[in-house]
Design a protein around this ligand. Structure first.
Ligand SMILES: O=C(O)CC1=CCC(=O)O1
Length: 271
C-alpha cells in the first residue's frame, strides 16, 4: 500500500500497488481506473486475480476516495494528466489500462495524449462523447446536486449501475455502493461530472493504435452498447464484447464474465 507520494502542486492520489504473487518479474503492468462516484475498491476482485502474475496499480481519481479534491470543474485532460503522472512517478512503463466509465474516458484521453504510456486498453461501460440530450441530463444532474447534495441523485445512480435482478439478489452490495456515493466529497463528484459531461474523443479515436478491448453491458442505461459500438468501430485494433445480464457497473455485476473477457483478449497479446 502506498499512500501519497505524488509531486507537489498536483493532487495527491491514493493508490495501491499489488506486486505479482508468484514473486517473479511481473508479466504485465495494469492500471485500473474507477467510475464516477466509486473508488479503487471497485477493482478488488479483478486486481487480486490479475496480480497472480502481474503488477496491478489501483488508484482513486482526483475528487474521489482518499485522493485530494482540488477545486473544480475538472476536465478529462486533467484526469489523464493525473494518470500520466502516476505512471511516470511509479515508473510503471507502458501499461495495460483498464478503465470503467469515467475510467475508460481517462484511458482514451491518456492513450491519445501520451501514447507511449499505454500498451493496451480495456474500455468498459464508457463513451467517447454524449449527445446533446445526454449533456442536458448531466446539466440537470449537476443542478440537482447543487441543490440537494448527492442524496438527490443516488437512487437514480443505483438504477443505472445495477439491473433489476442484481438489485433484488444483491441488496447488500447495492447498499454498500449507495453508501459509497453518499460518502463522496460532493465538490469532487460535481467537479468530475463536468469532466465526464465534456468527454469528446470520438474524432480522435482512429489514432489509438494499441490493442483495445471494448466491454459493454447489454442492460447499461448510462453508457448503452451503441456507445461502445462507436468506440469499437473507430479504434483500428478494437474487439467488442457485450456482457449479458450486465448494466453499468458490469465488473461488479458480472465479475467472472468481465474477467473472462479480459483474459481471453490478453491471450492474443504479447506479454
Ligand atoms: O453515474 C452514471 O450515470 C454513469 C456514469 C457516467 C460516467 C461514470 O463514470 O459513471
Amino acid at each position: 500500500m502506498n499512500p501519497f507520494p505524488l509531486t507537489a502542486g498536483h493532487p495527491r492520489l491514493r493508490h495501491h500497488v499489488l506486486e505479482p504473487r508468484h514473486g517473479r518479474a511481473p508479466r504485465r503492468t495494469f492500471v485500473l481506473a474507477h467510475a464516477l462516484g466509486c473508488d479503487l475498491t471497485m477493482w478488488d476482485e479483478l486486481a487480486t486475480h490479475l496480480s497472480a502474475d502481474s503488477r496491478v496499480v489501483v488508484y482513486d481519481q482526483r475528487g474521489h476516495g482518499g485522493s485530494e479534491v482540488p477545486a473544480g470543474p475538472y476536465t478529462m485532460a486533467a484526469l489523464a494528466d493525473d494518470a500520466s503522472r502516476l505512471i511516470d512517478e511509479l515508473q510503471l512503463g507502458p501499461v495495460t489500462w483498464i478503465g470503467l466509465s469515467m475510467g475508460g474516458m481517462v484511458g482514451q484521453e491518456l492513450a491519445l495524449s501520451r501514447p507511449g504510456q499505454v500498451r493496451a486498453l480495456v474500455l468498459a461501460n464508457t463513451t467517447s462523447a454524449y449527445a446533446a440530450e445526454a449533456r442536458t441530463g448531466w446539466a440537470q444532474r449537476i443542478a440537482a446536486i447543487e441543490q440537494g447534495g448527492l442524496a438527490a441523485i443516488v437512487d437514480g445512480a443505483m438504477l443505472r449501475w445495477f439491473h433489476d435482478g442484481f438489485r433484488a439478489a444483491q441488496a447488500a452490495t447495492v447498499a454498500r455502493w449507495r453508501d459509497r456515493v453518499l460518502s463522496c466529497d460532493t465538490a469532487g463528484y460535481l467537479a468530475s461530472c463536468h469532466a465526464v459531461a465534456g468527454v469528446d474523443t470520438t474524432a480522435r479515436l482512429p489514432r489509438i493504435d494499441v490493442p483495445t478491448l471494448v466491454i459493454a453491458g447489454e442492460l447499461d442505461l448510462g453508457t448503452p452498447p451503441d456507445m461502445a459500438r462507436v468506440i469499437a468501430r473507430a479504434i483500428p485494433q478494437a474487439r467488442l464484447v457485450i456482457l449479458p445480464q450486465a448494466s453499468h457497473l458490469s465488473v461488479l455485476e458480472q465479475p467472472l464474465a468481465f474477467r473472462q473477457a479480459v483474459e481471453d483478449w490478453l491471450q492474443g497479446l504479447p506479454d
